[in-house]
Write a protein that binds this ligand. Structure first.
Ligand code: GTP
Ligand code: MG
Length: 217
Protein backbone atom coordinates (compact mmCIF):
# COMPACT_ATOMS: atom_id res chain seq x y z
CA UNK A 1 0.00 0.00 0.00
CA UNK A 2 2.82 2.36 0.91
CA UNK A 3 4.51 1.79 -2.44
CA UNK A 4 1.26 2.21 -4.29
CA UNK A 5 0.61 5.55 -2.60
CA UNK A 6 4.20 6.61 -3.04
CA UNK A 7 4.01 5.77 -6.75
CA UNK A 8 0.74 7.65 -7.10
CA UNK A 9 2.16 10.66 -5.30
CA UNK A 10 5.24 10.63 -7.50
CA UNK A 11 3.08 10.36 -10.59
CA UNK A 12 0.87 13.26 -9.53
CA UNK A 13 3.74 15.52 -8.55
CA UNK A 14 6.04 14.61 -11.42
CA UNK A 15 7.33 17.58 -13.34
CA UNK A 16 7.84 17.64 -17.04
CA UNK A 17 11.21 18.98 -18.14
CA UNK A 18 11.77 21.21 -21.17
CA UNK A 19 15.00 22.50 -22.65
CA UNK A 20 15.37 26.10 -23.72
CA UNK A 21 18.42 27.35 -25.59
CA UNK A 22 19.56 30.97 -25.34
CA UNK A 23 21.53 32.15 -28.35
CA UNK A 24 22.58 35.41 -29.99
CA UNK A 25 25.74 37.38 -30.73
CA UNK A 26 28.50 37.71 -28.15
CA UNK A 27 27.82 40.57 -25.79
CA UNK A 28 24.03 40.45 -26.32
CA UNK A 29 23.53 39.65 -22.63
CA UNK A 30 22.61 35.95 -22.68
CA UNK A 31 24.56 34.94 -19.59
CA UNK A 32 23.39 38.03 -17.72
CA UNK A 33 19.85 36.97 -18.62
CA UNK A 34 20.34 33.37 -17.47
CA UNK A 35 21.83 34.49 -14.17
CA UNK A 36 18.96 36.97 -13.72
CA UNK A 37 16.46 34.17 -14.30
CA UNK A 38 18.21 32.06 -11.65
CA UNK A 39 18.09 34.94 -9.18
CA UNK A 40 14.40 35.54 -9.81
CA UNK A 41 13.29 31.90 -9.61
CA UNK A 42 15.76 30.00 -7.43
CA UNK A 43 16.66 30.14 -3.76
CA UNK A 44 20.33 30.40 -4.67
CA UNK A 45 20.91 33.61 -6.63
CA UNK A 46 22.75 33.62 -9.95
CA UNK A 47 26.03 35.40 -10.56
CA UNK A 48 26.01 39.16 -10.34
CA UNK A 49 26.68 40.89 -13.70
CA UNK A 50 30.17 42.05 -12.69
CA UNK A 51 31.23 38.42 -12.26
CA UNK A 52 30.20 37.38 -15.77
CA UNK A 53 32.75 37.04 -18.58
CA UNK A 54 32.37 35.91 -22.19
CA UNK A 55 31.06 32.37 -22.50
CA UNK A 56 33.30 29.82 -24.09
CA UNK A 57 31.04 26.80 -24.45
CA UNK A 58 27.84 26.80 -22.41
CA UNK A 59 26.23 27.70 -19.10
CA UNK A 60 23.21 25.92 -17.73
CA UNK A 61 20.49 26.69 -15.26
CA UNK A 62 17.26 25.11 -14.12
CA UNK A 63 14.12 26.63 -12.71
CA UNK A 64 11.02 24.96 -11.31
CA UNK A 65 7.56 26.19 -12.23
CA UNK A 66 4.16 24.60 -11.57
CA UNK A 67 4.39 21.02 -12.90
CA UNK A 68 7.29 22.07 -15.14
CA UNK A 69 11.03 22.33 -15.06
CA UNK A 70 12.76 24.63 -17.53
CA UNK A 71 16.34 23.69 -18.28
CA UNK A 72 18.25 26.55 -19.89
CA UNK A 73 21.32 26.24 -22.10
CA UNK A 74 23.11 29.53 -22.59
CA UNK A 75 25.51 29.11 -25.51
CA UNK A 76 28.54 31.25 -26.27
CA UNK A 77 27.92 33.73 -29.08
CA UNK A 78 31.40 34.50 -30.35
CA UNK A 79 31.79 33.96 -34.06
CA UNK A 80 34.06 30.95 -33.77
CA UNK A 81 31.74 29.03 -31.44
CA UNK A 82 28.35 29.70 -33.02
CA UNK A 83 28.76 26.58 -35.09
CA UNK A 84 28.06 24.42 -32.02
CA UNK A 85 24.53 25.83 -31.58
CA UNK A 86 23.03 23.43 -34.07
CA UNK A 87 23.99 20.49 -31.89
CA UNK A 88 21.40 21.64 -29.38
CA UNK A 89 18.60 22.13 -31.88
CA UNK A 90 17.31 18.56 -32.00
CA UNK A 91 16.62 18.36 -28.29
CA UNK A 92 15.35 21.83 -27.49
CA UNK A 93 11.73 22.79 -26.85
CA UNK A 94 12.16 26.54 -27.28
CA UNK A 95 14.71 29.01 -28.60
CA UNK A 96 15.44 32.44 -27.16
CA UNK A 97 17.39 34.71 -29.48
CA UNK A 98 18.84 37.70 -27.63
CA UNK A 99 19.75 40.90 -29.43
CA UNK A 100 21.56 43.87 -27.94
CA UNK A 101 19.01 46.58 -28.69
CA UNK A 102 21.61 49.23 -28.00
CA UNK A 103 24.31 48.12 -30.43
CA UNK A 104 23.09 49.47 -33.77
CA UNK A 105 26.40 48.79 -35.45
CA UNK A 106 25.91 45.06 -35.02
CA UNK A 107 22.22 44.75 -35.97
CA UNK A 108 23.16 43.59 -39.47
CA UNK A 109 25.39 40.84 -38.12
CA UNK A 110 22.74 39.95 -35.53
CA UNK A 111 20.02 39.62 -38.20
CA UNK A 112 22.27 37.61 -40.49
CA UNK A 113 22.79 35.09 -37.69
CA UNK A 114 19.13 35.24 -36.66
CA UNK A 115 18.13 34.53 -40.25
CA UNK A 116 20.21 31.38 -40.31
CA UNK A 117 18.61 30.30 -37.03
CA UNK A 118 15.13 30.92 -38.47
CA UNK A 119 15.87 28.75 -41.46
CA UNK A 120 17.31 25.80 -39.54
CA UNK A 121 14.98 22.92 -40.36
CA UNK A 122 15.41 21.20 -36.96
CA UNK A 123 13.79 24.10 -35.13
CA UNK A 124 11.28 25.22 -37.70
CA UNK A 125 8.36 24.20 -35.49
CA UNK A 126 9.90 25.16 -32.18
CA UNK A 127 8.69 28.25 -30.27
CA UNK A 128 11.09 31.11 -30.91
CA UNK A 129 11.26 34.28 -28.85
CA UNK A 130 13.24 37.33 -29.88
CA UNK A 131 14.38 39.34 -26.89
CA UNK A 132 15.41 42.97 -27.32
CA UNK A 133 17.78 43.24 -24.38
CA UNK A 134 19.28 46.28 -22.62
CA UNK A 135 15.98 48.17 -22.48
CA UNK A 136 17.37 49.99 -19.42
CA UNK A 137 19.65 51.93 -21.75
CA UNK A 138 18.19 55.23 -23.04
CA UNK A 139 19.72 54.55 -26.45
CA UNK A 140 18.21 51.07 -26.86
CA UNK A 141 15.68 50.52 -29.64
CA UNK A 142 12.17 49.65 -28.49
CA UNK A 143 10.50 46.34 -29.30
CA UNK A 144 8.64 47.91 -32.21
CA UNK A 145 11.78 49.50 -33.60
CA UNK A 146 13.66 46.22 -33.32
CA UNK A 147 10.91 44.39 -35.16
CA UNK A 148 10.90 46.99 -37.93
CA UNK A 149 14.66 46.92 -38.18
CA UNK A 150 14.58 43.17 -38.71
CA UNK A 151 11.74 43.36 -41.22
CA UNK A 152 13.55 46.08 -43.17
CA UNK A 153 16.77 44.11 -43.10
CA UNK A 154 14.95 41.01 -44.32
CA UNK A 155 13.22 42.91 -47.08
CA UNK A 156 16.53 44.34 -48.28
CA UNK A 157 18.08 40.91 -48.21
CA UNK A 158 15.24 39.45 -50.28
CA UNK A 159 15.51 42.24 -52.83
CA UNK A 160 19.25 41.97 -53.25
CA UNK A 161 18.96 38.20 -53.46
CA UNK A 162 16.23 38.49 -56.06
CA UNK A 163 18.55 40.64 -58.10
CA UNK A 164 21.25 38.03 -57.96
CA UNK A 165 18.62 35.23 -58.02
CA UNK A 166 20.33 33.22 -55.35
CA UNK A 167 18.11 33.45 -52.27
CA UNK A 168 14.91 31.56 -51.51
CA UNK A 169 13.69 29.62 -54.49
CA UNK A 170 17.03 28.19 -55.50
CA UNK A 171 19.44 27.98 -52.67
CA UNK A 172 17.15 27.62 -49.69
CA UNK A 173 15.16 24.62 -50.68
CA UNK A 174 12.25 26.07 -52.59
CA UNK A 175 9.10 28.10 -52.18
CA UNK A 176 7.62 26.17 -49.26
CA UNK A 177 10.59 26.88 -47.07
CA UNK A 178 10.53 30.53 -48.01
CA UNK A 179 6.85 30.81 -47.18
CA UNK A 180 7.37 28.92 -43.90
CA UNK A 181 9.98 31.50 -43.02
CA UNK A 182 7.71 34.39 -43.99
CA UNK A 183 4.99 32.97 -41.79
CA UNK A 184 7.42 32.64 -38.97
CA UNK A 185 8.54 36.23 -39.29
CA UNK A 186 4.95 37.46 -39.41
CA UNK A 187 4.09 35.61 -36.20
CA UNK A 188 7.37 36.33 -34.48
CA UNK A 189 7.10 37.32 -30.84
CA UNK A 190 9.44 40.08 -29.74
CA UNK A 191 9.72 41.15 -26.11
CA UNK A 192 11.81 43.80 -24.43
CA UNK A 193 13.92 42.97 -21.39
CA UNK A 194 16.69 44.30 -19.26
CA UNK A 195 18.72 41.34 -18.09
CA UNK A 196 20.69 43.76 -15.98
CA UNK A 197 17.71 45.12 -14.06
CA UNK A 198 15.34 42.20 -14.50
CA UNK A 199 12.61 44.17 -16.29
CA UNK A 200 10.47 41.99 -18.53
CA UNK A 201 12.29 38.80 -17.58
CA UNK A 202 9.32 37.21 -15.78
CA UNK A 203 7.08 37.97 -18.75
CA UNK A 204 9.59 36.22 -21.03
CA UNK A 205 9.71 33.16 -18.77
CA UNK A 206 5.89 33.09 -18.66
CA UNK A 207 5.87 33.12 -22.46
CA UNK A 208 8.28 30.15 -22.52
CA UNK A 209 6.28 28.28 -19.89
CA UNK A 210 3.07 28.59 -21.89
CA UNK A 211 4.62 27.90 -25.28
CA UNK A 212 6.53 24.75 -24.33
CA UNK A 213 3.35 23.28 -22.81
CA UNK A 214 1.45 23.96 -26.00
CA UNK A 215 3.99 22.55 -28.39
CA UNK A 216 5.40 19.39 -26.85
CA UNK A 217 7.48 17.42 -29.30
N1 GTP B 1 22.87 48.02 -19.95
C1 GTP B 1 22.78 46.71 -19.99
N2 GTP B 1 23.87 45.95 -20.14
C2 GTP B 1 23.71 44.60 -20.18
C3 GTP B 1 22.43 43.97 -20.08
N3 GTP B 1 22.60 42.65 -20.18
C4 GTP B 1 23.92 42.44 -20.32
N4 GTP B 1 24.59 43.61 -20.32
C5 GTP B 1 26.06 43.80 -20.43
O1 GTP B 1 26.46 43.34 -21.72
C6 GTP B 1 27.76 42.73 -21.62
C7 GTP B 1 27.74 41.30 -22.17
O2 GTP B 1 26.89 40.50 -21.34
P1 GTP B 1 26.98 38.90 -21.34
O3 GTP B 1 25.81 38.41 -20.55
O4 GTP B 1 28.31 38.41 -20.96
O5 GTP B 1 26.75 38.61 -22.90
P2 GTP B 1 26.66 37.18 -23.64
O6 GTP B 1 25.56 37.29 -24.62
O7 GTP B 1 26.55 36.09 -22.64
O8 GTP B 1 28.06 37.12 -24.41
P3 GTP B 1 28.88 35.77 -24.84
O9 GTP B 1 28.99 34.91 -23.65
O10 GTP B 1 30.20 36.30 -25.31
O11 GTP B 1 28.12 35.14 -25.95
C8 GTP B 1 28.14 42.80 -20.13
O12 GTP B 1 28.94 43.94 -19.93
C9 GTP B 1 26.80 42.95 -19.44
O13 GTP B 1 26.87 43.59 -18.17
C10 GTP B 1 21.29 44.82 -19.92
O14 GTP B 1 20.14 44.39 -19.83
N5 GTP B 1 21.52 46.16 -19.89
MG1 MG C 1 27.73 34.49 -22.17
Amino acid sequence: MYHLLKGLHEHLTRKEEFSVIIIGLDGAGKTTLLERIKTLYNDTPGLSPDKIGPTVGQNTGKITLPSTILQFWDLGGQRGIRNIWHRYYDDCHAVVYVIDAEDRERFGEGWEVFDSVLSSPQILGVPLLLLANKQDSPTALSVEEIRHDYEDWHQRKLESARRSARYGENQDGGRSELSARKERIASLDVMGVSALEGTGVRAAVDWLFIRVQNSRR
